[in-house]
Design a protein around this ligand. Structure first.
Ligand SMILES: [Zn+2]
Length: 357
């Protein structure tokens, strides 16, 4: 794995006509055949839901000569305005806490579009606020500046609280003026059913392995296959792992590190990443104990002999911790206790004997 920091790419069809992520081609064309005024795009994290929403919006606003090709050209004036973050007919509502990781530029922040979402919120910036939703709806009632209608992108709608979701419902029922909406959700089942039913829903699947591998190599990652498995096939999740220092060399060592009670390998990671990674170790150990194939780690990286009841108890602890990972824990102590419980899944006699690969 290269140590060079991987930067998020601009979420647009660029001037050379390239999609920001190569596997968006099919889902984009699928979205562009929909005639409704509100789309709800959903799928797991790490696939590029945000980029998908942005290229749908760009394609709706594109003024290129290639119509009826529905995909944005990347070269017309509208596309240039979007790429510069100053198109007057798009608003992007994103929780403050996500802006940097999405690579949202200052330009988008300061354009007419996104001023509302750039303010700090009491939720630590993790929510889309009701005031911002109302502001967006008012904005949607204004006349489109370039005559192609207005587009509101909201990512993710999982970040809407109940009041904000209710404020949005009415607009979904009776759209404001010429506004169209692109909403994205990681977990559509958790949304208000009335919100869901007022949108046309489209799901994104995990891209084909070859496509992901080629793209990850292009991003400068060495041997991305190990991490692609670790990330459940989600290429942007591989970049997130790499950014946090979990590289292809370290990743296969983690199950043995648990068996040896080595919490040091997990220190310094975000609590979300620690719990997520330990859950993957635990799941793979449980699969292996039942003779099923491992999903996240190479089979040879998984020490044998873990006791099934102890794994089940460890799994429950990890699940409980996952539900409260925003809690202000003493992170160092918590990581240590989670790893130690993992170590106790092996009988004491074996846990003194380090697993050798
Ligand atoms: Zn264009």
């Amino acid at each position: 794995m290269s140590s060079r920091a991987v930067q998020p790419q601009p979420p647009w069809v660029g001037a050379e006509g390239r999609l920001p992520l190569p596997w968006l081609e099919r889902p984009l064309r699928q979205a562009l055949t929909q005639k409704g005024h509100a789309l709800l795009l959903h799928g797991p994290q790490g696939l590029g839901l945000f980029e998908w929403a942005m290229v749908v919006a760009q394609s709706w606003l594109c003024e290129g000569p290639d119509r009826p090709n529905p995909v944005a050209c990347g070269r017309c004036e509208a596309c240039h305005l979007l790429q510069a973050g100053v198109h007057p007919d798009i608003m992007v509502l994103v929780p403050q806490a996500l802006r940097e990781s999405l690579g949202l530029s200052v330009a988008i922040d300061e354009g007419e579009g996104a001023t509302a979402s750039s303010r700090q919120t009491p939720s630590g910036g993790r929510e889309i606020r009701v005031a911002d939703v109302r502001h967006a709806i008012d904005w949607g009632h204004q006349t489109s500046s370039r005559g192609r209608g207005k587009v509101l992108v909201m990512f993710p709608v999982d970040a809407l609280n109940k009041v904000a979701a209710n404020a949005l419902l009415k607009t979904l029922e009776e759209p404001a003026g010429t506004m169209r909406l692109v909403l994205s959700a990681f977990d559509p089942q958790a949304l208000l059913p009335t919100l869901r039913s007022r949108c046309q829903q489209l799901a994104m699947d995990v891209p084909e392995r070859d496509v992901s591998m080629a793209w990850l190599l292009e991003q400068g990652l060495d041997a991305p296959d190990t991490l692609l498995a670790g990330a459940g096939g989600r290429p942007l999740e591989v970049l997130a792992l790499a950014r946090e220092g979990l590289d292809a060399r370290l990743w296969p060592e983690l199950p043995a590190a648990v068996q040896q009670g080595r919490a040091d390998l997990f220190q310094g990671l975000s609590m979300h990443r620690v719990v997520d990674t330990l859950q993957k170790v635990c799941l793979d150990l449980m699969s292996r104990a039942q003779g099923a194939p491992a999903r996240y780690f190479p089979a040879e990286a998984l020490p044998t002999g873990a006791r099934a009841e102890a794994l089940a108890a460890w799994w429950l602890t990890l699940q409980r911790t996952a539900r409260h990972e925003d809690h202000p824990w003493n992170a160092g102590l918590l990581v240590e206790s989670l790893v130690l419980q993992g170590r106790r899944c092996w009988p004491a006699r074996e846990s003194r004997k380090p697993h050798v690969r």
